[in-house]
Design a binder for this molecule. Sequence first.
Ligand code: TMP
Length: 222
Amino acid sequence: MGLFITFEGIEGCGKTTQMKLLAKDLEEKGRTPVMTREPGGCPIADQIRNLLLDAANSRMVPLAELFLYSAARAQHVSEVITPALAAGKIVLCDRFTDATIAYQGHGRQLDLLLIEQLNLLATTLVRPQLTILLDCPVEVGLGRAMARISSTTGAKEERFEQESVLFHNRVRNGYLQLATAAPDRFIIINGDGNIKEVHAAIASAVLPRLAGGAGSCRSPIL
Ligand code: TMP
């Protein structure tokens, strides 16, 4: 059985960059991690991602949004994550179920129990053993996200960046609540530092846990 590690945090927290750096460390140790992301990670889920993040879809109602995230996840888990874990791979995933609790639950204020049930259904109980939460102030994260968007030439995924600071603060607090409730699974890293410092903090928190092999963490399938 493989090892499932997720990266979470508000917009612009730096998780995508940090996931790639951790993947490089793992490759240097002779592992071949599978890097993936949500929403997306496979062709059908990528099409759902386009719908979800297109700023032209600002009329999408929160419940439709929730169902689309769940639909994308069901496809991604079945097509990518479960087979990779079954093949003994380390899977690094940029966002997963915690994002739905933080964004649709705390951000949009949809019913948390409903979201938990949908998460269970969509994941067929596949769970990360480790979640890196990159925490930083909303103003810092949004500043970085906006700079990235304005330098992007392709499709602009900016629907969430257009939400209020209040919304993003609810998301941040939602993540921190999740981390407090599951301290064995979460590692909170200060994402406010420079890329090198944050990477060093992640590597020193994660790599020693891998030394004992995947068996040193709980099974991803409960
Ligand atoms: P990204 O910009 O980190 O790739 O994430 C895409 C956006 O999707 C981001 O604004 C957070 C949002 N999101 C949710 O609202 N719910 C979810 O379940 C996931 C996976 C992402």
